[in-house]
Design a protein around this ligand. Structure first.
Ligand code: ADP
Ligand code: MG
Length: 468
């Protein structure tokens, strides 16, 4: 049977591809409709699955009929990173004795890594790119008290992906504290140590988009299969899955599959699992299976070393007192810290001025002011509507639906509290209301937050979000 399949395949693909990907395969046994073939490695299996599943299916169906099944048996890989070409692992000269070998291949004492019979899935023809940014390395991720746990957990995972109890590894923390960087660093390190592993970095947002597209195009199963062959899956900003039950559902299945097969999952989130609302309980409980490690605000020393490392990499020199000044004043966000340094360098080279403490002061002030200026009425509306997962248009609309009215009233309340704008001006910016409506909104929020627990929580949550 297999010989016939091979003949068919040989006629239909490039000779070189045939030599590389089909000659090393050994047919092992045939029971009913299932043909077992032995392949040299997991990578090999995945490659076949990825690139040749269609032709395998066609050829096998020709031989065995519609119910044909293919069972892969993967020879144990002795060492990782073995660069020997696969064709040399099982010399093609051995292949002439294929039939006699069928009987006595010592498969069982080789304890094959995977022996899953499965129906050949749909066609996939995608090469999986890791989507990793090599600049986000561990080397560039400076250690400090604020990130020690997360960083060393990351290193442990990178050393033995899927082989530690940190599975999943969930990295959480506020904006600009290095979640994305650390997540990439783990992936980059794994790719380095285990080049044959399939690593994929993806934002939860993109994952959601792909999922929605797959449903639209009617290939949800392909979507799931694609994710199930990944060895190390990194999903950034999982808080984005909040309220998206369909995506959570599919992620739950993918997660279980990967976890059961000893694959590594790495997640990041802007909140600790306990604070994630509107994420299904069963998913949350999975998140807690592994380790949740927090990235906290870096202390002064760490901020200084981050700045120095950045300057060093950019080949720029800067006086100590200026570095100290910047690191002392920008505390809560590494991205802003870097931003201030970059504009400092830019300003000085643009104006051909020396980098002085005065210049540093102006720039840092701007940065600090910038963050303050963000609390505009627009920004408040954005935060509130994000929080309730509606768009600003909905928030401003004329509807009387209770949750939308509440969101609108909260936006008005915070606008009054946090900006200098008049009631009238707030009203006109939040959906063209008059000043009486705004006043009423402020009173309602005051009342509700002392009588209604849930509402009180809204106020607290939004306050937190607005006071970054
Ligand atoms: P988040 O994903 O948490 O919002 P990022 O990973 O995007 O944050 O980090 C913001 C910026 O700060 C990036 O340029 C990143 O390289 C830098 N950064 C964060 N933490 C560190 C660190 N410990 N050492 C060096 N750079 C860091
Ligand atoms: Mg990020």
């Amino acid at each position: 049977v297999w010989d016939n399949c091979l003949k068919f395949i040989k006629d239909n693909i490039q000779p070189q591809a045939y030599k590389t990907w089909f000659e090393p395969i050994l047919a092992v046994k045939l029971t009913d409709n299932a043909l077992s073939i032995q392949v040299p490695s997991k990578f090999f299996y995945e490659w076949l699955e990825e690139h040749y599943v269609k032709i395998l299916k066609v050829s096998l169906t020709k031989e065995l009929g519609e119910k044909a099944k293919l069972v892969y048996i993967i020879k144990m890989e002795n060492t990782y990173g073995n660069k020997q070409p696969f064709t040399e692992k099982i010399p093609s000269s051995n292949r002439s004795g294929l039939k006699s070998q069928n009987v006595d291949i010592p498969l069982n004492n080789k304890s094959p890594e995977l022996r899953n019979p499965f129906v050949i899935p749909g066609i996939r023809n995608v090469k999986i790119e890791s989507q990793l940014n090599p600049n986000y390395s561990f080397e560039n991720f400076l250690e400090g008290d604020s990130n020690r746990l997360a960083r060393s957990a990351g290193l442990a995972v990178a050393a033995k992906p899927g082989g530690t109890s940190f599975n999943p590894l969930l990295i959480f923390g506020g904006v600009g504290l290095g979640k994305t960087h650390l997540a990439h660093a783990i992936g980059v390190d794994i790719k380095d140590k285990y080049p044959e592993k399939t690593v994929l970095y993806i934002s939860a947002e993109k994952f959601t988009q792909q999922y929605i597209d797959s449903v639209k195009k009617n290939n949800r199963n392909d979507f799931i299969h694609f994710y199930q062959i990944i060895d190390v899956l990194i999903i950034d900003d999982v808080q984005f899955l909040t309220g998206k039950t369909g995506t959570q559902d599919v992620f739950f299945h993918i997660f279980n599959h990967l976890h059961q097969n000893g694959k590594q999952v790495i997640l990041t989130s802007d909140k600790a699992p306990v604070d994630m609302q509107d994420i299904e309980q069963r998913l949350l409980s999975r998140f807690k299976w592994g380790l949740s490690a927090e990235l906290q605000h870096p202390d002064f020393e760490t901020r200084v070393s981050i700045v120095k490392n950045k300057l060093y990499r950019d080949g720029v020199e800067m006086p100590e007192d200026i570095i100290d000044y910047v690191a002392k004043n920008i505390k809560t966000n590494v991205r802003e810290l870097e931003g201030a340094i970059i504009s400092l360098i830019a300003q000085s080279s643009f104006n051909k001025k020396e980098i002085t403490l005065d210049l540093a002061r102006t720039i840092v002030e701007k940065f600090v002011k910038n963050t303050k200026r963000e609390v505009s009425i627009d920004y408040i509306q954005k935060v509130v509507s994000d929080y309730f997962q509606m768009d600003i248009d909905t928030l401003q609309s004329k509807t009387r639906k209770r949750h939308i009215v509440q969101a609108r009233q909260l936006a008005m309340f915070f606008a009054k509290k946090l900006t200098k704008a008049s009631l009238a001006s707030i009203g006109s910016q939040i959906g063209k209301r008059d000043h009486a409506t705004v006043l009423h909104a402020c009173k309602t929020v005051d009342n509700l937050s002392s009588t209604d627990k849930q509402f009180k929580k809204y106020v607290e949550d939004i306050t937190k979000k607005l006071s970054v």
